[in-house]
Ligand binder design. Structure first.
Ligand SMILES: Cc1cc2nc3c(=O)[nH]c(=O)nc-3n(C[C@H](O)[C@H](O)[C@H](O)COP(=O)(O)O)c2cc1C
Length: 415
């Protein structure tokens, strides 16, 4: 799977001649399963049509700050926050100057002022414009404020001049986007400062449990559940993307190990608890695994044989250790923030509220796993975040998005 799969880019397209390369940039990003929403400046529309961008992004192209339709569909503040990264390409001398000056006189520049997301600019202009003292001063100011820059390249220009000012080619812009959106571990030295700036969980250790546990009946049979590990693995990846050092303790799952995360593969609840305790100390623990509540009291050492005429075996179950309660117990090694999951089929909120109190964890993420929801093992989740301050009802979202939101909330809580 591409590192950009599921990521979202807000692409601001100003009025430079290199705008003709933007359809190719969009094509490359969409080919990597990266969502793209375009904002086209008035000048940008002279170089590339709204229709082209709309067809390639398969979504609305926004251009007017005062459009009642657009504002109704997606308010401009919301639009500025709706992506993982804002990309300005081709970044004209004009828009760079406005960004440096903090001007917001159209939709694009207003979004750039309002966004809380990292910004990447791909400058593109005539060599004299690029070398102009004003542009260079603007670039220095923007870089000092944390705006990331890709290019420009040296080369022949559309205006028959030669020198620096050509917009980077679309594959180079995609590589820059990937370096910014990939988990910090994947960043090379050149991007190390970014890891610090957008890594609010840097220096923090998070333990995440994920997937089901398998409780042996005999050497070939076990008791399990339908957990896929998708949610827990996505949370581990999102915490790592915010700079945390993550230890993922995973039951048997078919989803791949998230990159940049230390994964401890276990089978039973007792192994999961031991792995979590070995991984302490940690500032954060997220218990997303569907841990079996019971195990077979004494698993048979050999395969239980079916003997004609003999009675069916009876399984005696005993309780498993409670991993969430154990990690939540007061003590010097208790993580600062312990988050549990409550997967319920009945009385979701009452059961989840009671679980938070009973287990002693800080937060509970409650989700209804009744078969008709398709949540257990599915790609989406509809959760309620229960904290000491109350309940937040989140809409039904992709599990990756739930993970991103939860990781962001955790980073805010630990800030
Ligand atoms: C044919 C043509 C090509 C242009 N190419 C560029 C360019 O490559 N880079 C640039 O900074 N400005 C270029 N401009 C000037 C911008 O379009 C102009 O500064 C405009 O105000 C930019 O608006 P915007 O930044 O809001 O999109 C060009 C203008 C024309 C007429």
């Amino acid at each position: 799977m591409s590192d950009l799969a599921g990521k979202r880019v807000l692409l601001i397209v100003p009025g430079g001649i290199a705008a003709f390369k933007i359809p190719e940039l969009i094509r490359l990003l969409r080919g990597r399963d990266c969502g793209v929403t375009c904002v086209l400046t008035q000048s940008g529309a002279q170089f590339v049509t709204k229709l082209t961008l709309q067809a390639l992004t398969e979504t609305t192209v926004y251009s007017d700050l005062f459009s009642l339709t657009d504002e109704n569909e997606m308010g401009h503040i919301q639009l500025s926050r709706s992506a993982d990264l804002v990309v300005v390409a081709p970044a004209t001398a004009n828009i760079l100057a406005k960004m440096a000056a903090g001007i917001g006189d159209d939709l694009a520049t207003t979004l750039l002022l309002a966004t809380d997301k990292p910004v990447l600019a791909a400058p593109a202009m005539n060599v004299r414009m690029w070398l102009h003292a004003a542009t260079q001063a603007n670039m220095a100011l923007l870089a000092a404020r944390g705006v990331e820059v890709v290019g420009p390249d040296d080369g022949a220009m559309a205006c028959n001049e030669y020198g620096p000012g050509r917009m980077s080619e679309p594959p180079a812009i995609v590589a820059a986007i990937e370096a910014l959106l990939a988990p910090p571990h994947a960043l090379d030295g050149a991007h190390a400062p970014l890891a610090g700036r957008h890594a609010p969980l840097a220096g923090k250790h998070a333990i995440v449990t994920s997937g089901p546990t398998h409780e042996p009946i005999d050497p070939v049979r076990y008791i399990a559940n339908r957990s896929s590990g998708r949610q827990g693995h996505a949370i581990a990846a999102s915490l790592a993307a915010l700079g945390a050092r993550v230890t993922l303790v995973s039951g048997p799952v078919s989803v791949p190990d998230p990159p940049g995360v230390t994964v401890l593969h276990i089978e039973s609840a007792r192994q999961m608890l031991a792995a979590c305790q070995d991984a302490l100390p940690a500032e954060i623990a997220v218990c997303a695994a569907a841990v079996a509540d019971w195990r077979v009291a004494i698993a048979a050492s050999g395969k239980i044989k079916k003997t004609p005429g003999a009675a069916s075996p009876t399984l005696e179950l005993v309780p498993n250790p409670d991993i969430l309660a154990t990690l939540s117990a007061p003590g010097p090694r208790r993580p600062h923030l312990v988050v549990g999951f409550a997967a319920e089929t009945d009385d979701l909120m009452a059961n989840a509220q009671a679980k938070r109190t009973r287990k002693g964890c800080n937060w509970i993420v409650a989700n209804d796993v009744s078969p008709e929801t398709g949540i257990m093992g599915g790609a989406e989740n509809a959760v309620h975040l229960i904290t000491a301050d109350g309940v937040e009802d989140w809409p039904r979202l992709a599990k990756d998005e739930v993970a991103r939101r939860l990781a962001t909330r955790i980073a805010e809580a630990l800030a």
